[in-house]
Design a protein around this ligand. Structure first.
Ligand code: B12
Ligand code: SF4
Length: 497
């Protein structure tokens, strides 16, 4: 069958001001994994990454018509639901018999919402590789609501265009245990990897790209949707497979830096030690950085990681207030955070702090504590996100009891303080906007940190990073002087992940 996988993003809007920074793009690895798996079974697959390569409506409709897909699969975020509805309609106009299925973060948290959406034929809950293959087999056998509803993980309405018709829920799909049985993501179906913009804080060497070496997270942070998306059972690619993938990326794409996008890369200490040993044993020269939870690192591991090329760890810290830390069930405490970050910098690795503002039990005082805690830590960089209650999270269920939840417009799920979806009792939109700016100014007002920021912009041996840095500084200066918002530093520093 002919399968078109689309990573939706807003259509180009000439009236909208270009962002200060190119948005973090990062290849859609989930779609690339699905594509590789389907291709292995003989299906004809293409990927359109609209986040990377925007197309306007007529252009997209023409490319869909040219490919003539039997199935359109889209990976949906909450914020991309409205545009995905438009894409589904364009697809029907171009290829009327095409079956439209949506999967990824939003359907994982809100399966009924997506299954009842008359723009889509079905919603997929869980990992897409085997599920899509099962779906293609069911469609090849003639489709029909009952046959499709036997595909584990699939939700649909008996009449897909009638939201009030019977909702059919297939049994849940189990998680893929043996990740090494999956082929590498079909990066060859994506635009060239070195044309993907990453934020300059995510790499030291260029070209850089992302790898996902584990799935699932056993922690229970109330704001996080990861468990709905990939489960709470931690599953991994083996060390040999990970280093093979690094070597493959070096050989095929000239990659010199890897960002391990795993949620908790260091959860399995032994595996990470083995990855480091394998990198050294094979003499692989690669610069890399990761994200993880503070509890999962120790001194030995950090030293081994440094030796194998790791230069930065982004830690989800979320708050500096001990009470809020408990309320959000982060599974750690502020003294452990400080200890592990000190160990990290002692090992010669830079630490980055990921914080959130506007937790349900946040107050102006607890937010001040977060800002001061961030300032006091030996971290080189930080970001301060506005808390967003995604559907499917415990936070979403409790949000209305703790503040004002304006949840209806999915376009607002960008974490932008001007359109905050959730404002905790005692806070306001204006306060959130002001305090986020203050957080950035306070954090970066230390000369050492400003210097580090300037160093990030300077590219070392990377000419493209120098060019980017210069362009951004020019834009910053222009906006700072003439822009309507005044302080644009926060917007500039609010990298995406
Ligand atoms: C990498 C990443 C990005 C990248 C790449 C996006 C991509 N599509 O891969 C970039 C930087 C572009 C990005 C941007 C944003 N992101 Co992001 N991102 C992630 C991150 C860290 C990892 C995703 C990943 O690669 N996973 C690994 C692969 C293997 O898994 P997967 O993508 O989930 O895919 C599997 C299944 O979900 C499923 N599946 C996925 N798609 C489909 C489609 C079909 C048809 C089927 C059947 C199955 C299926 O099968 C796949 C393989 O098993 C996640 C966190 C997380 N762990 O999920 C956040 C996350 C997905 N992002 C999030 C958000 C909010 C955003 C932004 C809105 C941030 C912002 N403020 O700008 C933007 C919006 C993007 C846009 N399109 O406009 C949220 C989404 C929550 C939600 N419900 O909306 C997450 C969950 C982080 C969070 N806050 O908790 N992101
Ligand atoms: S540790 Fe990270 S990935 Fe795991 S539940 Fe918490 S925020 Fe989500």
């Amino acid at each position: 069958m002919r399968v078109l996988l689309v990573h939706p993003a807003d259509f180009p809007d000439p009236a909208r001001r270009p962002p200060l920074l190119p948005p973090n793009q990062a290849p859609p690895l989930g779609l690339a994994y699905i594509a590789a798996f389907l291709r292995q079974s003989g299906h004809d697959v293409a990927i359109v990454d609209l986040k990377h390569s925007p197309q306007d409506r007529p252009e997209l409709q023409a490319s869909i018509a040219a490919f003539a897909p039997d199935v359109l699969g889209m990976g949906l975020y909450t914020v991309t639901v409205p545009v995905a509805e438009e894409i589904a309609d364009l697809c029907r106009a171009a290829a009327p018999s095409c079956f439209v299925v949506v999967g990824g973060p939003h359907p994982a948290g809100a399966p009924e919402d997506c299954a009842r959406n008359p723009h889509f034929d079905a919603a997929a809950v869980g990992e897409g590789e085997v599920m899509m293959l099962d779906l293609l087999v069911a469609l090849e056998a003639g489709g029909g609501a009952d046959r499709l509803a036997a595909v584990p993980g699939l939700w649909l309405c008996r009449d897909p265009r009638d939201a009030s018709s019977e909702l059919l829920k297939a049994p849940p799909r189990g998680w893929i245990d043996d990740l090494d049985s999956l082929p590498w993501p079909a990066r060859d179906l994506l635009p060239p990897l070195d044309s993907y913009a990453m934020t300059m804080f995510q790499y030291r060497e260029w070209p850089a790209t992302t790898i996902y070496t584990s799935r699932g997270c056993p922690y229970s942070c109330i704001f996080c949707e990861r468990r709905e998306i990939l489960g709470n059972k931690f599953r991994v690619h083996g060390p040999g497979h990970v280093v093979d993938e690094i070597e493959h990326l070096q050989a095929e794409y000239g990659i010199r830096e890897i960002f391990f996008y795993d949620d908790t890369f260091t959860l399995d200490h032994r595996r990470v030690m083995q990855i480091c040993e394998e990198i050294l044993r094979r003499g692989v020269k690669i610069s890399w950085n990761i994200s993880t939870h503070v509890n999962t690192v120790d001194r030995e591991l950090l030293h081994a990681m440094r030796k194998a090329g790791c230069w930065q760890i982004a830690y989800g810290i979320e708050t500096g207030d001990p009470r809020v830390m408990q309320d959000i069930m982060k599974g750690t405490d502020v003294s452990t955070v400080r200890e592990r970050i000190t160990w990290t910098t002692d090992a010669g690795i830079e630490a980055k702090g990921l914080f959130m503002i506007g937790h349900p039990t946040d107050t102006p005082e607890s937010i001040d504590r977060t800002i001061e805690f961030a300032r006091s830590l030996p971290i080189a960089s930080a970001n301060f996100k506005i808390t967003t209650p995604f559907v499917g999270t415990p936070l979403r269920d409790m949000a209305a009891d703790y503040g004002e939840l304006a949840a209806d417009d999915y376009r607002n799920y960008m974490g932008d303080p001007t359109q905050a979806v959730f404002v905790a009792n005692g806070l306001t939109h204006e306060y959130l906007m002001g305090v986020q700016r203050r957080a950035y100014y306070r954090f970066y007002s230390r000369p050492g940190r400003l210097l580090r920021l300037a160093r990030s912009m300077a590219g070392g041996r990377n000419v493209s990073k120098w060019v980017d840095g210069a362009r951004i500084m020019t834009r910053l200066a222009r906006h700072q002087a003439f822009g309507p918002e005044g302080g644009v530093l926060p917007r500039f520093l609010e990298f995406e992940h």
